[in-house]
Design a protein. Structure first.
Length: 453
């Protein structure tokens, strides 16, 4: 099939590479010339494990990149994978989706049927909006010349390649049987887990993951499934983080509590890992949009609202731990390890580190930071922060009065903490992920604190 992906970001570049490796002819379109150049050269425009290998395999043979929309006229399927960040009023900014829809309309081929698939996370009703914008600029008729399908994406950054080939479910929101047939044929190899042979071991062996579930619904339900899923996961994390604070007060251990809870198959172990809170380019904006829309329709999602509040409180609680340990922050140096919202990504949009660095600076502390992949984006997104960017975690610890481990990158787990300790002015370490060996850290002279213990 001839496929187009509009947007070469975290979703678009992985989606495009995956379908290209499965043998389709794919053109990825972006406005950013650096991303186009990178894909053409077979190099990854983002840091995502496994993506580089996929791009290397298909760039220039089945995968092409362009800044113009000409390939839309040849495509049977056009994916929309552009960003939907929050606007000032916290609703989703649909300007990129609308612009993409209008431009697709100007390039659609009237001589053949096209399916336009929205993968961006968008408010309920956006598929209908996209459909009417395409009708406006193409002069074609929805349901006859083209259909718009809602196909929300559930990939996780850091595991995006694995998730695209081995999704839990594929949600297809459309009433058009013609569009459903096209989508089923496109996703056939993914449903049948056929990607493995072609990927030469880049993803888990067949049989190690349960089969994907194909689920059809109306467009509105499909759009809401995405927000409902993200909000539910955010609730789960906020729940365990709040429980962690209770554990500290009562003398229980949240790791044991989470393990014990997770043994109930109705609850499960996933998303019960303690942290300073959830963050990143999805949960904050998606919970905000869900709340804004639900309020607009007089149907506030109070559980999601509580999860957001608890999440904000959790981060302030971590700041207060540092503050109470150091007594006063002016003149003190605090090191932050981890600027991305999770390991194995360079994505530094809306992270815990961003909020914590701001809080600490406003309280008078000097802040030093390190991240193995996220420093460039963090610096670009936070030009007003006066933080010192360090080349190594050891450099962050040197001379610091306190350090906070925010993101559990492997390099922080593997570093020589024993040798790094003497360089700290005060060896206080707050491990917000509970990933370091507390016994060893204490033995090496750290004033070590986890969360919920
Ligand atoms: N990042 C994730 O893990 C993830 C997972 C699932 C769903 N989503 C959703 O998918 C969407 C995309 O997310 P992302 O993280 O990939 O975004 P991103 O910001 O990384 O990438 C979006 C890309 O679209 C390009 N773009 C914008 N307008 C364009 C236009 N008119 N024509 C061509 N290109 C255009 C931008 O230049 C950018 O490269 C969002 O709605 C997001 O919520 C993201
Ligand atoms: O037990 C946990 C699990 C996660 N987190 C944090 O929660 C945030 C989100 O983590 P994760 O969900 O793994 O990252 P994303 O890549 O943002 O993926 C989420 O957001 C995507 C964009 O919508 C969806 O596609 C995915 O299904 C959904 O998991 C990060 O800050 C994590 O550190 C925790 O604190 N504890």
């Amino acid at each position: 099939m001839n496929i187009v992906c509009i947007g070469a970001g975290y979703v678009g570049s992985v989606t495009a590479a995956a379908f290209a490796v499965l043998g389709h002819t794919v053109t990825v379109i972006d406005l950013d010339p650096r991303k186009i150049e990178a894909i053409r050269a077979g190099t990854s425009p983002i840091y995502e494990p496994g993506l580089q290998e996929l791009l290397h395999e298909c760039a220039g043979t089945t995968l092409f990149a362009s800044h113009d929309y000409d390939a839309v006229g040849r495509a049977s399927v056009v994916f929309i994978c552009v960003g939907t960040p929050s606007k000032a009023d916290l609703t989703a900014d649909l300007s990129y989706v609308k612009e993409a829809a209008r431009t697709i309309g100007r390039h659609l081929n009237p001589d053949h049927y096209t399916v336009i698939v929205n993968k961006s996370t968008v408010p309920v009703g956006t598929a209908d909006l996209v459909s009417s914008l395409i009708e406006e600029t193409s002069g074609l008729t929805s349901g006859k010349d083209f259909d718009v399908v809602s196909n929300p994406e559930f990939l996780r950054e850091g595991y995006a390649v694995e998730d695209v080939f081995y999704p839990d479910r594929i949600i297809i929101g459309t009433d058009s049987s013609r569009a459903k047939t096209v989508m089923r044929s496109l996703y056939g190899p993914v449903l049948n887990r056929e990607g493995y042979e072609m990927l030469r071991g880049a993803v888990p062996a067949p049989g190690t993951r349960p089969p994907a579930v194909w689920f059809e619904s109306g467009t509105k339900s499909a759009e809401l499934i995405k927000y409902a899923s993200n909000a539910f996961l955010a609730v789960k994390i906020s729940y365990i983080n709040e429980m962690a604070r209770l554990c500290e007060t009562l003398g229980a251990d949240v790791t044991d509590v989470a393990k014990g809870m997770g043994l109930d198959s109705r609850i499960g172990h996933k998303f019960l890992e303690v942290s300073s809170g959830w963050s990143g380019s999805c949960f904050p904006k998606d919970t905000a949009e869900l709340l804004a829309t639900s309020r607009k329709y007089g149907c506030e999602q109070s559980i999601t609202a509580a999860a957001v509040e608890a999440n904000d409180r959790m981060l302030l609680y971590c700041v207060s731990k540092v503050q109470s340990r150091l007594k006063s922050l002016p003149g003190k140096t605090v090191g932050l390890l981890g600027l991305t919202f999770k390991p194995n990504t360079d994505d530094a949009r809306q992270t815990q580190a961003q909020v914590m660095a701001r809080q600490l600076e406003s309280l008078g502390a000097r802040v030093k930071v390190h991240d193995p992949q996220g420093m460039e984006m963090f610096r670009r997104l936070n030009p007003d922060l006066a933080v010192e960017y360090c080349e190594s975690p050891e450099q962050v610890l040197a001379g610091a009065d306190a350090a906070v481990l925010l993101t559990h990158w492997d390099c922080y787990l593997a570093m020589d903490w024993e040798s790094a300790r003497p360089a700290m002015k005060v060896p206080y370490l707050l491990d917000t992920r509970n990933v370091l060996d507390s016994r060893k850290m204490l033995q090496w002279g750290y004033v070590y604190e986890g969360l919920g213990k």
